[in-house]
Design a protein around this ligand. Structure first.
Ligand code: HEC
Length: 142
């Protein structure tokens, strides 16, 4: 008998809690003010409200003259740093530019194939370098 009474009381509590959860909530939702309807603004009015402004950003990249190898250079050598960074170097001879390009690949992992390296070196020599000085005449020891 005692058990039935306890179960009955628990049941009543459960019903009260459920009732509060369902009816209480729906009641609160119903009392919320309706969401404001989105007002459609025609595109023409949008541009009137916010006029389009053109801004000119400063441009610091050096002019890269046209020439063979330029395409490879602007594709491969500006991934990690600017072309200006390359131009900041002294006028290197071909040998140094060849080493530089190889260093980018070996030391820094530049994804440049061996076929692309030659035109890039040619371009660098033409744009910001010089040909290697002629090798010093070797001593004739005969
Ligand atoms: C994978 C990234 C990456 C690519 C691609 C890359 N570089 Fe570099 N480069 C670097 C890093 C890193 C440095 C060193 C920066 C430092 O020391 O602050 C560097 C430095 C340089 C320097 C300065 C001298 C030196 O040896 O540190 C030159 C010149 C240069 N790069 C040229 C090139 C050229 C030419 C190419 C295209 C063939 C190229 N880089 C492509 C990462 C790259």
């Amino acid at each position: 008998m005692q058990t039935f009474r306890v179960l009955g009381i628990l049941g009543i509590f459960a019903l009260l809690i459920l009732g509060y959860a369902f009816w209480g909530r729906s009641g609160r939702e119903a009392s919320l003010p309706p969401a404001p309807a989105a007002k459609a603004i025609p595109v023409s009015q949008l541009t009137e409200l916010q006029p389009v402004k053109d801004i000119q950003l400063e441009y610091h990249q050096p002019d890269m003259p046209a020439g063979p190898g330029r395409e490879q250079f602007v594709t491969q050598c500006v991934i990690c740093h600017s072309p200006r960074y390359v131009l900041n170097q002294p006028i290197f001879p071909r040998k140094t530019w060849t080493t530089e390009v190889a260093k980018m690949v070996k030391a820094y992992g530049a994804p440049i194939t061996p076929e692309e390296q030659k035109p890039i070196v040619d371009y660098l020599v033409a744009w910001h370098g010089k040909e290697d000085p002629p090798a010093a005449p070797t001593q004739n020891t005969k």
